[in-house]
Every structure is written in structure tokens, then in C-alpha cells.
Design a protein around this ligand. Structure first.
Ligand code: NAP
Length: 247
């Protein structure tokens, strides 16, 4: 039996990159997957890939930063799907810039997507998790939330906030059999990091003891561990998947 057989997972930001890899990894382990992303084009694309693996998939296009839209989407998901076992809050963006040049709009966009988005989805699914007395919540943070980074004050604040959120909800939901953990990826090759210059990549490589950049699948493997039976006694943790950048 696969480790997630017949479970239902909701993965935000599943249209590309890390979220897509998590959706496909979970489907490979037997889960049915609700693929959430901003655009219907990308959520549909990943949903089709999940179906090609023989699992059921639903595509949902919603902006995670919009509370009303998320509440409506979750209501529809629960009505159609029946129950949700796993939530992965992965949708995220960057709007980099030094603080002296950072606009309030860039601050808000990053905090609203990366942190408030997780709040909206977790809150909207909380009642159903608490009622069924089981569930797995996995928040995709970042090593930047642990280390900080010049030019990413908004992103670092959102990810550090997500780690505090993770630990608080782990304490609130623990007695109901729900685990809540964060994964802090290091440098993973996706669209988000594709535009970084070769000099920046070379500088990053010097900080990575393993000496190579990560792939989306490395993060998906960690998510599978936390979502499956192997993760049953792990909660409130931050698992770094970063080639040793932070230790
Ligand atoms: P990505 O390739 O840019 O993909 C981001 C995904 O998030 C896309 O599917 C996008 O939807 C979705 N998304 C963005 N804003 C959204 C919103 N407001 N509402 C709904 N969906 C939204 O990013 P990635 O590299 O896979 O990153 C995934 C997560 O890992 C992020 O939280 C990121 O901060 C974190 N992370 C990444 C790295 C890295 O090195 N790549 C390192 C540490 C942490 P569309 O496809 O529809 O546009």
C-alpha cells in the first residue's frame, strides 16, 4: 500500500515548481490532489499530470491572499471532495529590493501571499481538520526566514512569520491529532530562482556544503515524509532542505 493511499491533499502554488513536484509526489504515493494556483491554466496543467498517474485531481484557481475567495474555494472543495487530509501551504512570491527602495506595495504583496495566504487556507480548513481529529499541515517557508537576506526584508519577514505561525498552530491543534510543520528549502532551481545571475548562483554555491543546487523533488520528498505515516510523531518543526546552508 502506498503511504498516502486514498488521502486527499490540497497543495497551493501547485501550478509550477515545488508545489507541482509535491502534487505529483503525493499522487505517486496514492493521494488524490486538489491543485491550487493563481492561474487556471497552471492548476489545470498539474491536475492533468496527477490524473495521468491514475489519481483523481481537482484544479482550483484562486488568489491565496484573498480571504473571501479562499473561503469560497475551500467550501466548494469540501462539498466536492468530502474530506481533506493534508494541506500544503506552498504558494509564494518574491518582490526583492533593498529596504530603502522597497515600496509598501511590494511589502504587502509578499506578506499577503506568503503569510496571509497560509492563514486563509489553514483557517478555512481548520474546522474540518479539527472535526475529523486528524490532518497534516505543511508550510513551505525558506532558509531566508531563518537567516535573513539583504534585499529580501519582506520575503524574510513573511517566511519567519510562517515559522512562528507553524509552531503556534502545532500547539493549538496537537491534541486533535493534527501535525503542523514547516519545510525551509534552500536554493531550489525553479522559475522563482531562474532569473538570478550566474555570479549570485556562484556565490550561493560557496555557502552550500553539499556543493550543488536543490531540485523541487528534494523538497517534495521531505513533504512526503511529513505527510505520511513516518511523520506521525513530528510536529512544530522546521525541516531545512538546503544542502547544509543552515546548520
Ligand atoms: P514558483 O516556481 O514561482 O511557483 C509559485 C507557485 O505559486 C505558482 O504555481 C503560482 O501560481 C503560485 N502562486 C503565487 N502567488 C499566488 C497567489 N497569490 N495565489 C495562488 N497561487 C499563487 O515558486 P517555487 O520556487 O516553486 O516556490 C514555491 C514555494 O517555495 C514558495 O513559497 C517559495 O517562497 C518557497 N521557496 C522556494 C525556494 C526556491 O529556491 N525556489 C527556496 C525557498 C523557499 P501560477 O502558477 O498560477 O502563477
Amino acid at each position: 500500500m502506498s503511504s498516502l493511499a486514498n488521502q486527499v491533499a490540497v497543495v497551493t502554488g501547485a501550478g509550477r515548481g515545488i508545489g507541482r513536484s509535491i502534487a505529483l509526489k503525493f499522487a505517486g504515493a496514492g493521494a488524490n490532489v486538489v491543485c491550487v494556483s493563481r492561474s487556471s491554466e497552471n492548476s489545470e496543467k498539474t491536475a492533468a499530470e496527477v490524473r495521468a498517474l491514475g489519481r483523481t485531481a481537482w484544479a482550483v484557481a484562486v488568489d491565496v491572499s484573498e480571504g473571501v475567495g479562499v473561503a469560497a474555494a475551500v467550501e466548494k472543495i469540501l462539498a466536492e471532495v468530502g474530506r481533506v487530509d493534508i494541506l500544503v501551504n506552498n504558494a509564494g512570491i518574491t518582490r526583492d529590493g533593498l529596504l530603502m527602495r522597497m515600496s509598501e506595495a511590494d511589502w504587502d504583496a509578499v506578506l499577503d501571499t506568503n503569510l496571509k495566504g497560509a492563514f486563509h487556507f489553514t483557517k478555512a480548513l481548520a474546522r474540518s481538520f479539527l472535526k475529523q481529529r486528524s490532518g497534516r499541515i505543511i508550510n513551505i517557508a525558506s532558509v531566508i526566514g531563518l537567516m535573513g537576506n539583504a534585499g529580501q526584508a519582506n520575503y524574510a519577514a513573511s517566511k519567519a512569520g510562517l515559522i512562528g505561525f507553524t509552531k503556534s498552530i502545532a500547539r493549538e491543534f496537537g491534541s486533535r491529532g493534527i501535525t503542523v510543520n514547516a519545510i525551509a528549502p534552500g536554493f531550489i532551481e525553479t522559475d522563482m530562482t531562474a532569473s538570478l545571475g550566474e555570479d549570485i548562483k556562484a556565490g550561493l554555491l560557496k555557502q552550500i556544503p553539499l556543493g550543488f543546487l536543490g531540485q523541487s523533488d528534494d523538497v517534495a520528498e521531505a513533504a512526503l515524509y511529513l505527510a505520511g505515516a513516518s511523520g506521525r510523531y513530528v510536529t512544530g518543526q522546521v525541516l531545512t532542505v538546503d544542502g547544509g546552508m543552515v546548520m
